[in-house]
Ligand binder design. Structure first.
Ligand code: FUB
Length: 331
């Protein structure tokens, strides 16, 4: 009786070990796959906080249904956890609809989420770019100012599609704009407002040729890479182009497109961000695209592919994939 029990016990242990391994192998994804998570999500802002990857996208739906933001986190780029309704217009009295294109920064232990709301069409409408704050990257985010940070058109730029850029000297700038115009403005230290430049203007236009919306900036080897989206976001030709300059103010001379539709993968690829895993010196482009054959403008899904530079520092055209990127832990 005792011997039989031991054998049975051993057998069970072996079996459970095997099935555990089998389970891991059959469900263990080796790459992220594209899209990286389920659902219609656009304009993804990628970030790294506390050795975790984060993505903050727009919920892609009719404008009146865009009343919240979800976020996604991952420790390895492959497995993603959803954090629902990290921002909800129920808690932002001036934001009613079209909550778009989040941009996030961590400063002094607080997380600041910049977002566009209401898709204003002129200076008489309420809305524009707002700021929300939380103690945690997963929220809950609360309205920081009780009003928008930018609520008017300056230099022709619709106040949407904000990106927050930290310069080498620690100064933060907001770079934003739809309707084919892009502005850069200096942020106050506590993000409660904007600081005029020495010439007493507050908004400097840095629009490059071809620019439509979705600006993004990063520094590599001392150079300023400015990227943006071109084309119409509901169509197949939406794409990403870029320029390189010696200053965040440009001048930005368009180099060319690096992300665009591929008849074997997807259309409408654009409004991206870039994640730099600096320990491994890997660069990832996080962007949205539309599945082949899909005509619904809102059917946009969030994808990640690796981004490479050539020996002169130019960005190589991105090859969109279905596989996505390999596991990469930040620990
Ligand atoms: O998702 C809403 C809008 O679509 C964004 O603000 C634009 O950049 C475009 O991606």
């Amino acid at each position: 009786m005792h011997r039989n029990f031991s054998l049975a016990f051993l057998f069970t242990i072996l079996l459970s070990g095997c099935s555990h391994k089998m389970h891991q192998q059959s469900s263990g994804k080796l790459t992220s796959h594209n899209p990286v998570f389920e659902g219609w999500y656009a304009d993804p802002e990628g970030a790294i906080f506390n050795k975790q990857y984060w993505i903050y996208p727009t919920y892609s739906a009719p404008y009146n249904q865009q009343v919240f933001l979800d976020a996604f986190s991952s420790t390895d780029l492959v497995n993603w956890n959803k954090h629902s309704r990290i921002l909800d217009t129920a808690n932002v009295k001036w934001a009613k609809r079209a909550v778009w294109a989040p941009a996030i920064v961590e400063k002094g232990g607080k997380y600041y989420l910049f977002f566009g709301a209401n898709d204003i069409q002129n200076d008489n409408q309420q809305g524009g770019i707002g700021v929300a704050v939380a103690d945690n990257p997963a929220g809950p985010f609360k309205d920081y100012l009780g009003k928008p940070l930018i609520d008017k058109f300056y230099n022709g730029a619709q106040p949407i599609d904000q990106f927050v850029f930290k310069d080498k000297d620690g100064q933060y700038y907001i770079i934003y704009g739809g309707w084919r115009h892009c502005n850069i403005a200096k942020l106050k230290d506590d993000f409660t407002g904007l600081i005029p430049y020495d010439d007493s203007t507050t908004f400097k236009e840095i629009t490059p040729k071809g620019y439509v919306e979705g600006p993004f900036m990063f520094i590599r080897n001392g150079k300023y890479y400015f990227m943006w989206s071109e084309g119409g976001w509901t169509g197949p030709n939406y794409s990403v182009a870029y320029a390189i300059a010696n200053s965040p103010f440009g001048p930005f001379e368009r180099v060319g497109k690096i992300l665009q539709q591929d008849s074997t993968i997807a259309t409408g690829a654009g409004h991206h961000s870039v994640i730099h895993a600096d320990k491994n010196n890997k660069w990832f482009i996080v962007y949205h695209r539309r599945p082949l054959g899909e005509m619904d403008g809102n059917h946009r899904v969030t994808c990640i592919d690796e981004m490479f530079f050539d020996e002169k520092g130019f960005i190589k055209p991105v090859k969109m994939t279905f596989e996505g990127v390999k596991k990469l832990s930040l620990k």
